[in-house]
Design a protein. Structure first.
Length: 434
């Protein structure tokens, strides 16, 4: 009962009826709209003098069908083997001042027929960017990517993961930021002020690909008293030296990975409560190219999570490309990576703590941009493995089709993937670009 009252107290004062994405956007959206209006007004004045303004509208709409061969295993999940949804992502880009100033707006929306939590609206990007000779500045909602490896991106910490979009963690929410980049002979220096935090979005009680108990985002807890308004800070140095590309970063602020602890909702049902800790994380990326060989490394050192827990994680790997395979014009890439993670139970759980990843990437190099990626991860301790397939090709100038499949096997009860062991799926996406 005490735990139940604690959950209820955590909910008190939170904005009812809003999904995490909408809740964290409720204060960022007006700010972004004011920014857009102000910049458009500035541009209108500028056009009177030079008339060099350019506006572009593009984007895509997609029909998605996700099929599950097996029935769900967790209580409350819809026993629906086919999960259709539709999504749209327009892009508006407005440039002026000879291209030195740019306004970007990229909203995103999805409607899902099965999981209400997967139906959501987000601003992926809404920012102004100014380009100068040796520096640039971005203000607004943006996306930043720092990773170099294929199987896992340890250093990619600026943006929050949109977990309802895809379980691979590649889809991200827009992050409010002020980003200053300085370009010097000794490398590029990036500085970030991140005024506000985006909560992770999880599948609902009826959805697939969720934990044994649903994550209740209305009960979210924060280590910081500022909660989702804590101002995070980050910086990164990147430089190319011959065949080497090196990146060194540091982040201080709210962890994008929450700890999930059991609790009870208002109806007495078991739930998982997300808790976001304050952490410090230093990251390193190294990439070296020599002929057909591409050597990669991502590593990070993190402090935080309850008792100032410290751990290291790393993904070293290599990719070898067979160019013009059998004089067919196709390129075949062979990938090998090792995933190490030294965290203990004080930190958020991960499935990739001692795993080997092997994969292959086939690029057809044709006018349809056909590409196939097949990968598998195997746990060195208990032999659990997962397989992923991604394939895409262009049908016409405006139509593209994508196929994705994911499956797991031999997953023990102690593994974080045990809850989704019956959620193998095949997914087909049809895109219409405009």
């Amino acid at each position: 009962m005490a735990q139940k009252r604690a959950v209820a107290a955590e909910r008190e004062g939170r904005r009812a009826g809003l999904a995490p994405a909408a809740r964290s956007l409720s204060w960022a959206l007006p700010w972004s709209l004011l920014l857009a209006l102000g910049l458009l007004a500035t541009d209108a004045v500028a056009q009177e003098g030079d008339g060099d303004s350019i506006t572009e509208l593009s984007g895509w709409a997609a029909l998605e069908v996700r099929a599950f061969p097996s029935a769900p295993q967790n209580a409350g999940q819809e026993n629906q083997r086919v999960q259709p949804s539709v999504a749209v992502r327009p892009e508006i880009r407005h440039e002026w001042n000879g291209g030195d100033d740019r306004l970007t707006l990229i909203p995103f929306a999805r409607w899902d027929a099965t999981d209400g939590k997967r139906s959501h609206v987000d601003l992926r990007e809404a920012n102004w960017q100014h380009l100068a000779d040796n520096w640039d500045l971005t203000v607004g909602l943006g996306k930043v990517f720092w990773g170099v490896t294929e199987s896992r991106h340890l250093v990619d910490i600026i943006n929050q993961t949109d977990e309802v979009e895809d379980p691979d963690g590649e889809d991200k929410l827009g992050q409010p930021m002020i980003n200053l980049n300085l370009h010097r002979d000794i490398g590029s220096f990036a500085f970030y002020v991140l005024p506000g935090f985006r909560e992770r979005i999880y599948p609902g009680r009826a959805g697939r690909l969720r934990y044994v108990f649903p994550v209740d985002t209305d009960a979210t807890r924060f280590e910081s008293g500022a909660k989702d308004r804590h101002v995070d800070l980050a910086a990164r140095w990147a430089h190319s030296i011959g065949d080497w590309d090196i990146g060194l970063s540091h982040f201080h602020g709210t962890s994008r990975e929450p700890r999930l602890t059991p609790g009870l909702d208002s109806g007495g049902r078991l739930i998982l409560i997300p808790t976001y800790d304050i952490i410090d994380q230093t990251g390193l990326t190294v990439q070296m190219t020599t002929g057909p060989w591409l050597w990669k490394f991502e590593g990070m050192s993190r402090w935080g999570h309850q008792t100032d827990h410290h751990f290291l994680a790393a993904v070293p790997g290599v990719e070898y490309t067979l160019y013009d395979l059998f004089e067919s014009g196709k390129d075949l890439g062979l990938l090998l990576e090792y995933q190490y993670d030294g965290r203990n139970n004080a930190a958020p759980r991960t499935a990739a703590n001692d795993d080997i990843f092997v994969g292959t990437r086939l690029a057809f190099n044709n006018t349809d941009s056909t590409e196939i990626l097949l990968g598998a991860s195997v746990d060195r301790h208990h032999g659990a493995f997962g397989i992923g397939l991604e394939a895409e090709t262009r049908l016409t100038d405006v139509w593209t089709i994508e196929l994705e499949a994911r499956m797991t096997s031999n997953v023990p009860q102690t593994d974080v993937l045990f809850a989704t062991r019956k959620d193998d799926f095949v997914q087909l996406r049809l895109f219409r670009y405009f």
